[in-house]
Design a protein. Structure first.
Length: 105
């Protein structure tokens, strides 16, 4: 099961990056209001946590960052990126829990 962990971490990073790009593009089309700057700061910091987790191979940090990025950034595609991010996060978390409980060390 461990061989599927790194590809799922990569999938979560790809989802977070796509949502980040779409969300920043959407926010640049809006006027610069305090809420826009707040969303950029919070979403950027959550994306930073995802990248930090990817570099440290920490699945929980990657899952938190990917789901947080998918929830915080508005995209022109509505709720679909959030659902895709949630599904990718749940796959990663359930695989990590299965590895923790059922794999011998």
């Amino acid at each position: 099961m461990s061989k599927f962990l790194k590809p799922l971490i990569g999938l979560n990073i790809v989802v977070a990056t796509v949502v980040l790009v779409l969300g920043v593009r959407t926010l640049f089309h809006l006027t610069w209001q305090p809420t826009t700057i707040g969303i950029l700061l919070m979403g950027g910091s959550v994306y930073g946590i995802a990248i930090f987790g990817w570099l440290r191979t920490a699945p929980y940090l990657v899952a938190f960052g990917a789901l947080g990025t998918a929830i915080l950034f508005p995209t022109p595609y509505g709720i679909y990126p959030m659902i895709i991010g949630f599904i990718a996060t749940m796959l990663l978390l359930s695989l990590n829990v299965a590895i923790t409980f059922f794999e011998e060390k």
